[in-house]
Design a protein around this ligand. Structure first.
Ligand code: 26Q
Length: 835
């Protein structure tokens, strides 16, 4: 095997494999020469401007429209093939989709990078700048939304007839900036300029019936009971291009609009402003994405959003079914709706309502069809995150659906009573409605009873879900519970995010890994190869320098590219323990200040992630990390060895840049609290080594790579649960030097800047309020393990070998594998050949 010369990186050499799959598209829509792209035509006709005068934004739109032209025919063919074969379809219902930018991905998936390159040269376009013009659609909070995007990518790449259903929020997740180290939130008006990818389809609008109306009066969203109204859901379609461009599926996002734009009575009386108030109320429904963990304020609107998604999507799926079928009992053979968490759980009463009231089926038939069409994925065990909606919301807005929920509950509890006649406590536990005022509907119970399949997202999560959260349901319906470990798409997270490493891998094992990630296992026997070690070192080094340049240009952050990049990038939450990482850094600061000659490798700690606007502790943790970074920067003996940066406004595009440059991946959640994680997999695939706890899918990564090839530490989930009763953080303060050093330094005001006592709430959490997430219990073993990480980094060959062993073991964490598991065990669907 020739493993020499890994160093000459030629960008995306993997494109060769797409070439073969392109011939069909080329026949009808040739795209071999730059002129075939018709860039100038788009600039002239869409923007009425000459190429040399167009702004970069206009250039971005023109290139995107030109690329869209190249995919529409196959997009159309895909739908035609599904129609023609009357194929069973997967509908993925999600309140969130974090798709990332589209232009580069679509070019890559269509194999058009050479043509686009030439076109850019011809017109003198700055490619990187054009790519940067595209807003990163932030239609999600984090893992759940990104998982939806990875699954859609795999569904299209594998040729499954699938569609994503979501909401077209005018405003995505807020933009994050820092002011004096504090998180500030800015609105994300991502649709301010026309989006070249979306296709509005007003002719396919659906009606949503509610028993109330909405009004926007002096900025207040109001629900007016007993005034039935009809909303319009207008679909906006976005192409989901499978790798190779054969299958192009659709992400359909709904926008809310009023049925009647104006109140004609008011209008004719000259009250023009108020004549529009109802219409503004309707449009408010898809105005913005709710941030995770937000305050109860305005939650009623979130409920309406959830129903709106469900009503539009179920109606749309059923209309499509009815176009080719007239036997309602065939619905489960033709459609399966996957519920991404309980957010779309109202699909249960909604589908049942249609089958009863519109198809006029009897209860047993309608209920059987409903259950066989629906499946539910759980993403969290945190009790505060399990959705419950006040029954009065349903009473006011959806009385018929509430009636159905009561009947579902009655029948379900009858089944439970039949099996456990005297178990009153169980009867209360399994109810779909909390058995006390204010009578909330338990959405997880509704989703479980209404689905034929319920899954967790990693083995440990599924086990804990079954054992601790819904054991009564598992006893009654054991066969419905399955595990579907999450995955990530290797196209975006390796091929696109890390072209250097992608090319290196392709030079060694060819391009097959792009659509069959298990091929990476072929790298295992070569993991100790000196040429490969050198190759990895070089691509990492280049990626680090690229990140350093970007952060300098965009945020004036100055990083040392020759240091170890230790990355903790994810939403800020106490269970994810950014604070544990910070306590380690405080200790390093202390040690280096005492002894600047300490023999440890220079380290840059890179944080990124947003805190929910109402989550005060999370925001204080951000402020603490920023102050810590600033304090270290001001200490001459320390700053050459240690650096802390917080990269603002974490999103998919930022993740792509950081991952490629990472050496160490922080996956240090309190064991038992991270359902799966998917960032952990992205790091593994990009050749970073993991320091982590026995939690989520990190456990499965360790099983795949060999536990000795990760740096695992700390209490496991069982130990966390068992020690809760007697855990005493004070004991650690009194007995562990690491805890004492860190807490004393924070207490001393070392990091307070000019705001004394600023971080007392963090000390309170750790020392006086019981340290719920057990930072202090794990600090000692975390620090010891971090010491081994640092020592090991001093042996570059051994480090590279271990990184390769991790890459070689990443195959099972492809979302292609996840999708195939769902297709076989949950959806019972097959791929469809598109010609
Ligand atoms: C609920 C009600 C009102 C407003 C917001 C929400 C809300 C929104 C988003 C609740 C939860 C979420 C997101 C949860 C999430 O991202 N969970 C993550 O899912 C990943 C994919 O399965 C897992 O890998 C992560 O472990 C899990 O934390």
């Amino acid at each position: 095997m020739n493993v020499s010369n890994y160093t000459r990186m030629s960008g995306k050499t993997a494109a060769g494999s797409v070439e073969a799959l392109r011939h069909k598209i080329d026949q009808s829509c040739p795209c071999e020469r730059p002129d075939d792209l018709n860039l100038a035509r788009h600039l002239l006709f869409d923007h009425v401007i000459a190429p040399d005068q167009a702004s970069q934004r206009a250039q971005f739109e023109a290139v995107s429209r030109a690329i869209r032209d190249k995919l529409v025919r196959q997009w159309y063919n895909t739908e035609a093939a599904y129609q023609h074969q009357n194929a069973k379809r997967v509908y993925y219902l999600s309140m969130e989709f974090l798709m990332g930018r589209s232009l580069e991905q679509n070019i890559l998936h269509l194999g058009l990078e050479n043509v686009v390159n030439e076109a850019c040269n011809q017109y003198g376009l700055d490619w990187q700048e054009i790519l940067a013009q595209e807003p990163d659609p932030g239609l999600g909070n984090g893992g759940l939304g990104r998982l939806a995007a990875c699954l859609l990518d795999s569904l299209a790449t594998l040729g499954y007839p699938a569609m994503g259903y979501g909401l077209r929020y005018d405003y995505g997740i807020f933009k994050q900036t820092f002011w004096n180290g504090w998180q500030c939130e800015q609105p994300d008006h991502w649709l301010e300029r026309p989006d070249p990818w979306e296709v509005p389809r007003p002719e396919q609008a659906v009606e949503v019936h509610l028993n109330c109306s909405f009004e926007l009066n002096r900025g207040q969203f109001r629900i007016i009971p007993n005034q039935p109204s009809i909303l319009r859901g207008i679909p906006y379609d976005r192409p989901v291009v499978g790798y190779g461009g054969k299958t192009i599926n659709t992400l359909r996002l709904w926008r809310a609009a009023p049925q009647n734009q104006v109140d004609f009575h008011r209008f004719s009386q000259g009250d023009f402003v108020n004549a529009l108030s109802g219409s503004l109320g309707a449009e408010t429904i898809t105005r913005f994405l709710y941030p995770d963990d937000s305050t109860p304020m305005g939650r009623g609107l979130r409920f309406v959003q959830e129903y709106f998604l469900v009503a539009c999507s179920v109606a749309d799926a059923i209309r499509r079914f009815r176009e080719n079928n007239n036997d309602w009992t065939q619905l489960p053979e033709k459609a399966v709706l996957q519920l991404n968490d309980t957010h779309p759980a109202l699909a249960v009463p909604e589908l049942l309502r249609i089958l009863l009231d519109e198809a006029h089926l009897d209860w047993d038939t309608a209920w059987d069809i409903t259950r066989r069409c629906l499946a539910y994925t759980n993403h969290t065990l945190l009790p505060e995150a399990l959705e419950k909606w006040p029954q009065r919301y349903l009473k006011v807005m959806l009385p018929r659906q509430l009636e159905l929920i009561h009947e579902i509950n009655r029948r379900w509890r009858e089944e439970v009573t039949a099996r456990y006649p005297d178990d009153k406590a169980r009867f209360k536990r399994v109810s779909l409605i909390e058995p006390r005022a204010p009578w909330k509907v338990r959405m997880a119970h509704l989703a479980i009873v209404g689905s034929h399949c319920i899954n967790g997202v990693s083995q440990i999560h599924t086990d804990l879900l079954k054992r601790n959260v819904v054991p009564d349901f598992v006893e009654m319906l054991p066969e419905r519970f399955v595990n579907m470990t999450n995955g990530i798409t290797p196209r975006r997270w390796l091929l696109q995010a890390n072209p250097g490493l992608a090319s290196l891998i392709t030079e060694v094992i060819g391009t097959e890994w792009i659509t069959d990630l298990a091929q990476l296992a072929r790298l295992k026997p070569m993991a100790a190869d000196a040429g490969l070690a050198e190759g990895l070192r070089k691509v990492k080094d280049q990626a680090k320098r690229r990140l350093v340049d970007t952060l300098k240009r965009q945020h004036s952050l100055i990083l040392n590219p020759d240091s170890l990049f230790d990355c903790h990038i994810k939403r800020i939450h106490e269970y994810k323990r950014q604070l544990l990482n910070a306590l380690h850094i405080v200790n390093l600061f202390d040690r280096l200040r005492r002894n600047p000659d300490l023999d440890i490798p220079a380290r840059t700690f890179i944080f990124a992630g947003k805190a929910a606007p109402s989550y005060r502790t999370a925001k204080l943790i951000i402020k603490f990390i920023n102050n810590l970074g600033a304090r270290i920067q001001s200490e001459p003996g320390v700053r050459d060895k240690l650096q802390v940066v917080f990269v603002p406004d974490y999103n998919v595009s930022v993740a792509e840049k950081i991952l490629a440059a990472s050496d160490v991946s922080e996956q240090i959640s309190t064991a038992g609290y991270e359902a799966s994680g998917t960032g952990n997999m992205k790091f593994m695939l990009n050749g970073a080594l993991t320091i982590g706890t026995y939690d989520g899918a990190t456990i499965e990564m360790a099983q795949s790579a060999g536990e000795e090839n990760l740096f695992l530490f700390g209490l496991n989930a069982q130990q966390v649960a068992e020690s809760r009763y007697w855990y005493n953080p004070r004991w650690h303060y009194e007995n562990d030097q690491e805890a004492r050093v860190a807490l004393d330094l924070i207490q001393s005001g070392e990091f307070d800047g000019d705001e004394p006592g600023l971080f007392h709430p963090l000390l309170d959490i750790l020392l006086h309020h019981g340290d719920y997430y057990m930072h202090l219990a794990d600090l000692k073993s975390y620090m010891e393990t971090q010491q081994s990480v640092g020592d090991f980094y001093q042996q570059p060959e051994a480090w590279a070998q271990r990184a390769w062993l991790n890459i070689a073991a990443a195959g099972p964490f492809s979302s292609d594998r996840t999708v195939q598991d769902y297709a076989r065990d949950v959806w019972n669907v097959c791929p469809v050949e598109v010609t």
